[in-house]
Design a protein around this ligand. Structure first.
Ligand code: OOG
Ligand code: NI
Length: 464
């Protein structure tokens, strides 16, 4: 079979992302409200700042903005995680990065499945933050066995999707028809179930261990727990949420508001309390569970390792100065501290670039070439090409997640009993063994995109 008979992976991901969004909109109406609010604020932001719109367009990000979102799921066993890896591969999504949430008291480690090529990211940047529960952290042996048995007894994939995963692996792709079936069947894995697989009593015991454990163990599948649209002005959305009947968490996670956005700023609204039917001896027993919430995010520049170290250090300083977890009570003070501490992080594109703090995409100023015909540009260093305006650059958008922010999002949705005490013993090695492959290093992905853009700029200027 020739590859042209296969449906393009980027297109399958686009379809799946749209189908997931539709499903979540019908299941969680507040998500739809949030989407409308974000679209409206994005439009207004671009109208006020045409240069922003121009920059987004230049980087190929304008078209993807309205369909940009990430989701999150939590799975219980290595088998579930590795099958998910094979499922996401059909949509061109690879595991990128290792996130250890244990230091923040959340008993999971995670990766993000996403596209890795710039062209694919611009077609559909859909990502799924995927956590694996660390069951070994249940200290009650009997309860651990109950949890293990519940997880072993479930199958989170439909038979048809397993068949399509195998077909994809043996043929190297899915036909148009198979892809359509795949999207519908894969969606089933992420659907919400309003009935639990364990008794209310077991559920309560699992909750007492950790709310996250109950959320993963007690249901038929790893329901998508949020879908997050990308906004261009998170402060405006945060401020407008209450007027739409949505109550956001107290503080925005990540860096403060800046002239040049870096990494990722995120905020969420609290999980809904939903009715659940539990199996009981004399029939169904009514109870409830809160798992599904909403989130928004604003994405900025991807940082180099050096930039990231500076970010992590400044965030730590700010948190230490606050002296308590950020909450309603100290939200104002935290914002002030963040602003002040982050003054040590350069906030103009030139300094960020010259200090090697951000990754950029280089592009040639082709209109400038005629003026330089006589000079031997080959001998010019990059700095000279830039200062003469022959090569320009703009920051690469950060496509990944932040462990400290993720912990904050988890915790705001787990309620007050979530602790800050560090758990231990997690290992990337163990995670990769469960996954059945290594995770890709996000820094080298950005580095590659930057290097390729420089290469093609030099070629376009006929310098190499
Ligand atoms: C995942 C939380 C992490 C983010 O945006 O950082 C996350 C979860 O609650 O399962 O989605
Ligand atoms: Ni999220």
């Amino acid at each position: 079979m020739s590859t042209s008979a296969f449906k393009n992976k980027d297109e399958i991901r686009t379809l799946f992302s749209a189908a997931m969004s539709e499903m979540y909109k019908s299941e969680v109406p507040q998500y739809g409200t949030l989407l409308d609010l974000v679209a409206c604020i994005n439009k207004g932001t671009m109208e006020r700042d045409p240069r922003l719109e121009q920059n987004l367009s230049l980087g190929g990000e304008l078209d993807r903005l309205s369909m940009e979102r990430h989701g999150a799921i939590r799975v219980g066993t290595p088998g579930e995680l590795s099958t998910l890896r094979r499922l996401f591969a059909i949509m061109g999504m690879e595991p990128v990065g290792y996130y250890d949430l244990a230091p923040a008291g959340v008993p999971v480690h995670a990766t993000a499945f996403r596209a890795v090529e710039e062209k694919s990211l611009n077609k559909s940047p859909f990502r799924v933050f995927t956590s694996l529960l660390r069951l070994e952290l249940i200290d009650d042996a009997e309860l651990r066995e109950v949890a293990q048995a519940a997880l072993q007894a479930r199958n989170i994939f439909t038979p048809k999707v397993i068949e399509l995963i195998q077909l994809h692996e043996s043929n190297g792709g899915l036909t148009f028809e198979q892809a359509e079936v795949f999207v519908a069947e894969a969606l089933e894995t992420f659907r919400w179930h309003s009935s639990a697989t364990v008794s209310l009593e077991t559920f309560n015991k699992l909750q007492q261990q950790h709310r996250l454990i109950a959320d993963v163990v007690a249901f038929k599948g790893p329901h998508i727990n949020h879908l997050t649209p990308r906004t261009l002005d998170i402060d405006a959305v945060q401020a407008s949420m209450p007027s739409k009947g949505i109550v956001p968490k107290a503080v925005i996670e990540g860096p403060p508001k800046r002239k040049v956005d870096i990494l990722l700023r995120q905020t969420s609204f609290k999980a809904l309390n939903e009715h659940i039917a539990f199996p009981g001896d004399g029939g169904e027993v009514n109870g409830s569970h809160s798992a599904r919430f909403g989130e928004i995010e604003q994405r900025g520049a991807a940082l180099t390792i050096k930039g990231r170290e500076l970010y992590d250090r400044l965030l730590l300083i700010a948190k230490a100065e606050l002296g308590a977890p950020p909450s309603e009570v100290n939200a104002h003070q935290y914002a002030e501290i963040l602003q002040r501490v982050f003054q040590d992080f350069p906030d103009d594109i030139k300094s960020l670039h010259d200090n090697d703090l951000v990754f950029v995409r280089y592009y040639p100023a082709l209109d400038k070439i005629p003026n330089f015909q006589d000079s031997d540009l080959k001998a010019w260093p990059l700095k000279g090409l830039i200062s003469e305006g022959l090569i320009k650059y703009s920051p690469l958008v950060y496509e990944d997640f932040l462990p400290v922010s993720a912990a904050g999002i988890f915790q705001s949705n787990l309620g007050d009993e979530a602790s800050d005490t560090g758990l231990s013993g997690s290992s990337r090695n163990e995670f990769e063994t469960a996954l059945g492959s290594g995770v890709r290093d996000e820094f080298s992905l950005y580095q590659d995109i930057q290097a390729r853009s420089l290469d093609s700029s030099l070629k376009a200027l006929r310098i190499v």
